[in-house]
Design a binder for this molecule. Structure first.
Ligand SMILES: C[S@@+](CC[C@H](N)C(=O)[O-])C[C@H]1O[C@@H](n2cnc3c(N)ncnc32)[C@H](O)[C@@H]1O
Length: 345
């Protein structure tokens, strides 16, 4: 028998599912807008705005399709409109198009559309066959680097400034190691922010290091940064570092205790280890929030490379286990937290 209560429950549950569909439509609207140039053209039109016909003409696109996209972009709250004039909604230009902004979220859209995220997971759901970075496409690696960039942007220098004593050490100059440096965008920012520091990047993926070399050369820092191709589990260095950082990669270590021991050995006494990572929710409520749901999406790729994101508290336990002192942490955004500690003097 259907009661008023079951009807109302059913309506609520339908609302949950319809919300997912609306999110999917908004996601596809954003990625079409990014790839077609529609978002860039809207941004260029600025406050005065632009009509769908003008947009279509400027990009040599079909006017009827562009009008359809514009309505969807308005529905997704990416655009405002005034009659037939469309303009980007406040801050959308920064959030979706400005790759260098600390708040840039535009990169995540493209990553979620890469086959490595969901398609390959679904194909291998039965076999559970794993993957590693050397089996990922160059587009995927570049797209991931685009999402790592705002994490580095928040870390350098703002996040590092929150670590007591660290800003002064970096300003006076010391050796800095970026572990799992990927495509090197963090090294570029470190080189820009700390001219007195000597920089080393280490990564286990050869292609990522080639891209890092390109990025460092383009930024004019190729001579200041040494790149090392090695798994973090095997890295050794002749000279010690004042600071070791790791950006959105610590959870990927095959042997996280061995890597932490290697970091400890690589640090000078009193040196800092700063882990910048996704704080995976450790409560059911946290998992069901918007940040939790996005991180649950990231886990589809992490599973394929044989790991999972970790709760931030796991890093407190890790650093404590390896004798680090002066532990601290900071939440930079709901999907970005820092954890740090010092090698005992
Ligand atoms: C998510 S990407 C992040 C790269 C970079 N830190 C960034 O934020 O753009 C992860 C990187 O970690 C590297 N990596 C993962 N596990 C590793 C390990 N055990 N040893 C060395 N590199 C590793 C991968 O090759 C990849 O470049």
């Amino acid at each position: 028998m259907t009661t008023a209560a079951t009807t109302s429950d059913m309506r609520e549950q339908t609302g949950v599912l319809l919300g997912h569909l609306a999110g999917y439509v908004a996601h596809r609207t954003v990625t079409i807008g990014q790839r077609s140039g529609l978002l860039n053209a809207l941004s260029a039109a600025g406050e005065s705005g632009i009509t769908p016909d003008e947009l279509a003409e400027s990009l040599e696109l079909d006017p009827f399709y562009v009008a359809t996209w514009c309505r969807a972009a308005y529905a997704a709250q990416v655009c405002d409109r005034d009659g037939d004039i469309y303009r980007l909604a406040p801050h959308m230009g920064t959030l979706l198009l400005d790759h260098a902004a600390p708040g840039f979220v535009g990169g995540v859209y493209g990553v979620l559309e890469q086959p490595e995220l969901f398609s390959r997971f679904e194909q291998e759901l039965g076999s559970g066959e794993r993957l590693w970075w050397d089996g990922c496409s160059s587009e995927f690696i570049r797209a991931v680097s685009g999402t790592g960039r705002p994490f580095y942007r928040r870390l350098v220098p703002g996040g590092l400034d929150q670590v007591p004593g660290l800003a002064a050490r970096l300003a006076e100059g010391c050796r800095v190691l970026d572990t799992a440096c990927g495509a090197g965008l963090g090294l570029v920012m470190l080189a820009d922010a700390y001219p007195e520091c000597e920089l080393v990047g280490v990564d286990g993926d050869a292609f990522s290091l080639e891209v890092a070399e390109e990025n460092l050369r383009a930024a004019g820092h190729a001579d200041r940064v040494q790149l090392v191709h090695s798994p973090l589990e095997k890295m050794t260095f002749d000279d010690r570092f004042g600071v070791v950082i790791n950006n959105i990669s610590m959870h990927e270590c095959r042997d996280i205790d061995l890597v932490t021991r290697n970091v400890r050995d690589a640090l000078e006494p009193g040196g800092w280890f700063v882990i910048s990572d996704f704080p995976f929710p450790d409560t059911d409520e946290g998992l069901a929030t918007v940040p939790g749901r996005i991180m649950a999406g990231v886990q589809f790729f992490e599973a394929q490379i044989d790991d999972q994101l970790l709760p931030r508290s796991a890093y407190d336990e890790l650093l404590t286990r390896h004798g680090f002192t002066d532990l601290g942490s900071a939440e930079l955004t709901p999907v970005h937290a820092l954890t740090w500690g010092r090698r005992p003097a």
